[in-house]
Design a protein around this ligand. Structure first.
Ligand SMILES: [Zn+2]
Length: 132
């Protein structure tokens, strides 16, 4: 783990958990709206409880859902890094990501310079939504 105190990590974890739950609610509403759309189109009545996010991503045509699903994946990845003890360490250069940056962006996996470099070399990232 980067040089984060136990308190700092639990603070960031709580931010991730809160965001994850907010996204779950948001996705639920968006998926329900999409299901209604599907119902009109096919006359079928899919059970929302049976819709897994994995299946939904196959033919996503809703940018909001795509963004939320991707953010949830980023949060899951951050959780995984916390469990592995690699959270807060830049995946590109290995330096500790400053706590101040993590507070703004708990899912950040790169330090600011590496993120800028990444976005310069992957031009499509910037156009896909908020930058990390
Ligand atoms: Zn870096």
């Amino acid at each position: 783990m980067a040089e984060l105190s136990r308190e700092q990590v639990s603070q960031l974890k709580k931010m991730l958990d809160d965001r994850y739950e907010a996204l779950r609610v948001e996705l639920h509403e968006e998926v329900n709206a999409k299901d209604e759309h599907v119902n009109v189109a096919t006359g079928e009545v899919p059970d929302p409880a049976d819709s897994s996010f994995a299946n939904l991503t196959v033919d996503l045509d809703n940018a909001a859902i795509t963004r939320d699903v991707e953010e949830r994946r980023a949060i899951e990845a951050a959780h995984a890094r916390m469990n592995e003890g690699t959270y807060g360490i830049c995946i590109d250069c290995g330096v500790d990501i400053p706590f101040a940056r993590l507070q703004v962006q708990p899912i950040a996996e790169r330090c600011a310079p590496c993120q800028e470099k990444y976005e310069r070399t992957h031009g499509d990232v910037a156009s896909r939504g908020p930058t990390l």
